[in-house]
Design a protein around this ligand. Structure first.
Ligand code: DX5
Ligand code: ZN
Length: 220
């Protein structure tokens, strides 16, 4: 399975966004992860589709857009129009996730689904045929720089098994507190898509950091 490094731009230096993105790109980033927060679904507000549009001007690397918002269906069309390649709403929001996934696919983007730490895997089974990635949150979503919750390793293992049975091409993505100290452990558990904010952008040499992280996951 392809190993994917997806720096989360939430931790980038916004006064030097292009510089940080280019550095991660030289390091070999495979995706850029864009965290959209609405202040309702999570207790923080980040940015909307304008960030996706801006990123598309800076980079050709695909963008995965993590929608931590209450009403994704209302905004999915504008995110795809702005250039989102992989759109990842949460299964916990008070709406029909199946409908959101269909909407994303009908608009020509790839769909993923995200699960909070307390959400069991069973609810995604009916969706698997329609999606390309499952994003396991290894922290409570809303903020960068939190500590990895080790309970998520079990979920990653179970998810990989479930996908191997049903649709092996689906990526197991992990998001929250991932870095050099635990990336191999989550990889061994079955993750192949690693979202990292502070472990990439809060480092002195972003290019070298991404190269090292890629080297670690590809050496396996
Ligand atoms: C958290 C976000 C993450 C965040 C990760 O709610 O979904 O993508 O940017 O940041 P780190 O890697 O610093 O935990
Ligand atoms: Zn995220």
């Amino acid at each position: 399975m392809k190993q994917i490094i997806a720096p989360s731009i939430l931790s980038a230096d916004f006064t030097n966004l292009e510089r940080d993105i280019k550095a991660a790109e030289r390091g070999g980033a495979d995706y850029f992860h864009i965290d959209v927060m609405d202040g309702h679904f999570v207790p923080n507000i980040s940015y909307g589709s304008i960030m996706v549009r801006t990123m598309k001007k800076i980079t050709n690397i695909p963008l995965d857009v993590h929608l931590m918002i209450e009403d994704p269906d209302k905004y999915i069309p504008e995110f795809i129009d702005a250039g989102a390649d992989l759109v990842i709403p949460h299964v916990e929001a008070p709406y029909d996730i199946y409908r959101s996934v269909q909407l994303i696919n009908n608009l020509g983007a790839q769909a993923g689904v995200a699960l909070n730490p307390g959400t069991p895997l069973c609810c995604i089974e009916p969706l698997i045929e329609q999606i390309e990635a499952v994003l396991i949150m290894s922290v409570c979503p809303g903020f960068g720089g939190q500590s990895f919750q080790p309970e998520s390793l079990k979920k990653v293992r179970q998810l990989r098994e479930m996908l191997d049975d049903l649709k092996p091409s689906v990526h197991v993505a992990i998001d929250g507190g991932i870095g050099r100290n635990n990336i191999q452990e989550v990889q061994r558990a079955g993750a192949n898509f690693f979202v990292m904010g502070s472990a990439v952008f809060r480092q002195d040499d972003i290019e070298k950091t991404v190269k090292e992280l890629k080297g670690v996951v590809e050496s396996r």
